[in-house]
Ligand binder design. Sequence first.
Ligand SMILES: CSCCC(=O)C(=O)COP(=O)(O)O
Ligand SMILES: [Mg+2]
Length: 241
Amino acid sequence: MTASFAVDAVVLDIEGTTSATGFVVDVLYPYSRARFGALLAERGGEPAVARAIEQVRAELGDPGAGLDRVEETLHGWLDEDRKATPLKTLQGVIWAEGFAAGDLVAHFYDDVVPALRAWHAAGVRLYVYSSGSVAAQRAWFASSPAGDLLPLVSGLFDTENAGAKQEPGSYRRIAAETGVAPGRLLFLSDRPGELDAARAAGWLAVGVRRPGEPYFEQGVGDHVEAGSFDEISVSGSGSTV
Ligand SMILES: CSCCC(=O)C(=O)COP(=O)(O)O
Ligand SMILES: [Mg+2]
């Protein structure tokens, strides 16, 4: 069954939606875990790293926490898969360098890249909204197995520049930033709480429910659902794909 939408823009979640959670957890997380210690010890003077360290200390309620405690906290958040902004910032720094070095290549489900190309060709703008930092998103889309997908993407949003993904205010902020009316924005995500927040902000939303993903069994609540991007038809300025 295909779900059809007339919209000006599609906003994409990454993990569980365009890409496999298993890849993120099994490949990207260990890559960052092995490098946090050196990043904190050697590059604490860089603005993004310094800000993230301060944010971890603030979360701990301990402004004097040493770097060992900061690193231990990051590892604990990784174990919990907590989408904490400073964790994501530091992962983004590490992953961007891993992608640039050719150590990492992003994962996209097979149905995703053809759909993104078709929607973009139909005049629909594409945005990303992920808990992964903007730096991580940029590197991810630039390093797909199908080549650089960034030319397809009009903008990138994360929990730092837009806010938490389960808050309707974040979606209002993104709508204002893109200049697209809420009813002409379609959000694709695997998480019901995110879909609820987008809908509360007046957006259209589709729950992407892929077998094997962590949220597959739970489902997407009362949202329209799709098993892949092949089941989503989007019409932009003229054509339908
Ligand atoms: C390239 S972003 C890496 C994935 C990640 O760390 C993450 O937290 C993704 O979460 P999402 O909001 O896309 O489900
Ligand atoms: Mg997700």
